[in-house]
Design a protein around this ligand. Structure first.
Ligand SMILES: *Cc1c(COP(=O)(O)O)cnc(C)c1O
Length: 442
């Protein structure tokens, strides 16, 4: 059997379409709530598979779940004030609470399920870190297939690399960046019949749709005004657009929220194409010549993505077309934010009690920017997605807060971060009660 992730003719990614009229679809999203009372069943416990009627590609017996998706939406007054919202208007969807510490588990449970359905023996992915951590945890828990992960040799955060190693995934550090690693893994998968778990895999996006179902559920099934999400390979934004398009077509929601996808300024392919070159979804062949010119210039000028938000340090987002479709469906906008804005926003997220990794804070920095531009109104209800846990990348956090200028310069100065406005520096004190009291009273 051949496992395809892209069309053999045009090379575009595949997409999952259901024949909804032949499937049991609930008449109201409220029906999913009743599954809370049946939480001893692992499928009803899972924050992904609780909604399995809306991603109905697998038989219950094939589903691989490790209890993913127990994530929460919470109002954040601290971050709301920072962004410039009216009281109660800003919500954080904290996907760092997943078993491997990032939203990737929502997708990997679905990809692992499909891998099981097709009897895969080996699964692989390329990763800036979180995808490999997620695939590795599913493989080690399920014990159904072996795993090879390809990471770029540069800036993988240690929190993430340590997970892949600890979960016993075979880990290849390719001498190149993420885009190189992804190209190689796609080749290897094609050559060796290995099951590919990057977000080129359409089943992953099916799982990631459920992040939006949980957001709606937390808001008592009221649709917010904005969803703001960091954009890397654009799997999440694509999945969110698909989720809302399907819910609307099924009559399960009455309107679609607006979508804001936030790039790091150092990895801003989507921003350039969408906001500066005006590329739009046109049914599948989106702006192909503009996009091709853009990428060939990127290659000939040897432009490489560079941001400390390593999870979104990507040159060629593979889900570009699907993301354009999502932006079209959700009246979307794209913005870019600097590493400085990202780290300042991250410190505010932390001050409000939610730790996240740098890439995640791009959503908050982007919301602040859109609020300042007046695109987001102060009275709107805004949901920012916190994609990954704070402990994934503690170096960036410590460097920002540390009064240790050498560390700050080394880690962040090179990335153009000049100030740490919200730094909470550790205080060095002598090992002496009197001195400690003096410091506390200062
Ligand atoms: C993978 C990842 C992203 C990027 O998501 P895409 O779906 O590739 O756009 C953002 N933040 C974190 C923490 C991630 O792990």
């Amino acid at each position: 059997m051949d496992i395809l992730t892209s069309c053999p003719d045009c090379g575009s990614l595949l997409d999952i379409e259901y024949e909804w009229d032949k499937l049991p679809v609930p008449s109201s999203m409220r029906e999913f709530e009743s599954r809370w009372s049946n939480r001893r069943d692992p499928l009803d416990f899972s924050g992904v598979w609780r909604f399995r009627n809306l991603l109905p590609f697998a038989a219950d017996k094939d589903i691989v779940t490790i209890g993913e998706g127990q994530t929460i939406l919470q109002q954040s007054p601290v971050v709301g004030k920072y962004v410039g919202m009216n009281a109660g208007g800003l919500f954080l969807q904290y996907e760092g609470l997943n078993p491997s510490g990032s939203f990737k588990d929502n997708g990997m449970t679905a990809a692992s399920t499909h891998a099981r359905m097709v009897g895969a023996k080996v699964a692989a992915c390329a990763s800036t870190g979180n995808t490999s951590a997620s695939l590795a945890i599913y493989a080690s828990t399920a014990q159904l297939f072996r795993v090879v992960v390809f990471v770029g040799s540069g800036k993988i955060a240690y929190g993430k690399l340590s997970q892949a190693l600890d979960y016993h995934a075979k880990t290849l550090q390719v001498l190149g960046d993420f885009d190189d690693a992804l190209e190689r893994v796609r080749e290897v998968a094609g050559e060796r019949g290995i099951y590919l778990c990057n977000s080129v895999n359409p089943f992953r996006l099916e799982g990631q749709k459920t992040i939006m179902y949980r957001v709606l559920e937390s808001l008592n099934w009221q649709v917010p005004d904005w969803i703001v999400v960091p954009g890397g390979n654009l799997g999440n934004s694509s999945a969110f657009g698909k989720a809302f398009t399907e819910l609307k077509a099924l009559g399960l929601i009455d309107r679609i929220p607006r979508l804001a996808v936030i790039n790091a300024a150092g990895a801003n392919t989507l921003y350039q194409l969408y906001e500066q070159q005006g590329v739009r979804w046109d049914g599948g062949m989106s702006g192909d010549s503009v996009v091709e010119t853009f990428f060939s210039e990127m290659d000939s000028e040897n432009r490489k993505a560079s941001t400390l938000a390593s999870a979104i340090e990507i040159n060629r987002p593979v889900n570009l077309k699907k993301c354009l479709r999502a932006l079209d469906a959700c009246d979307g906008v794209v913005r870019q934010v600097t590493d400085q804005e990202i780290l300042d926003a991250k410190a505010q997220v932390g001050a409000g009690g939610f730790g996240c990794e740098p890439a995640s804070a791009a959503s908050v920095a982007g919301a602040k920017r859109l609020r300042a531009e007046g695109v987001i109104a102060p009275s709107d209800r805004v949901v920012c997605i916190l994609t990954g846990h704070q402990l994934k990348d503690p170096d960036a956090t410590v460097a920002y807060h540390s009064g240790n200028t050498a560390l700050f310069e080394e880690k962040l100065g090179m990335r153009g971060v000049k100030t740490a406005e919200f730094a909470n520096s550790p205080v060095v004190v002598e090992n002496n009660l009197q001195k400690i009291i003096e410091v506390l009273e200062r």
